[in-house]
Design a protein. Structure first.
Length: 191
């Protein structure tokens, strides 16, 4: 590679802050990088979404994440495999995020994990993708809840997995608003 160009100190890559021709703040920019509008964005637009609808729901997990059962790991899968599988089945449109106590997810606003109960959040711009992601998540949680019941019985613990508890919110074209009753999915039990 050779020595750095003249004017650079030894090992001078990247140049120091304020170096002529570079922004004075250095990298990364203090306000973050501009949004990415790559393939995923243009692909969803080409499907004719037409408006800015967004379908969202939250599944409240109801089991604390601990070092023994490790519910978060069971939901996410090795290297995110279970989440990636759900996203792929939804057509690549859905976004899933495990957040709340024990999730390890740091909230953008507070730079801390949320004190809310552990929950898996789904958002999707298409109705079809949303329903596929929601159904796959219910199936995943029923499997994890079955594993939890077996684990508790094996350890002699009295606890049992909760019922699936989910809330929905749908946003239509820039406005807000709740649709669909909000508390759906509460009566389902793992099978």
């Amino acid at each position: 590679h050779g020595p750095p160009p003249p004017g650079y100190p030894p090992y001078g890559y990247p140049p120091p802050h304020g170096y002529p021709g570079y922004p004075p703040y250095g990298y990364p920019p203090p306000h973050g990088y501009p949004p990415y509008y790559g393939d995923r964005h243009s692909r969803s637009r080409s499907r004719g979404r037409g408006n800015d609808s967004k379908y969202t729901c939250r599944f409240f997990i109801g089991i604390e994440n601990d070092d023994d059962f490790r519910v978060c790991r069971r939901i996410i899968g090795a290297n995110g495999s279970k989440m990636k599988d759900i996203v792929a089945k939804s057509g690549g449109e859905a976004k899933l995020r495990l957040r709340g106590k024990g999730s390890g997810y740091v909230e953008r606003d507070t730079d801390k994990e949320s004190p809310e109960p552990l929950q898996l959040c789904i958002s999707c711009p298409t109705h079809e993708g949303y329903h596929i992601a929601m159904r796959c998540t219910e199936e995943l949680l029923m499997r994890v809840y079955g594993e939890y019941d077996s684990w508790c019985a094996e350890k002699g613990k009295p606890e049992r997995a909760p019922r699936i508890h989910m809330t929905e919110t749908h946003h239509q074209g820039g406005g807000g608003g709740r649709r669909g009753g909000g508390g759906g999915g509460g009566g389902q039990r793992r099978g």
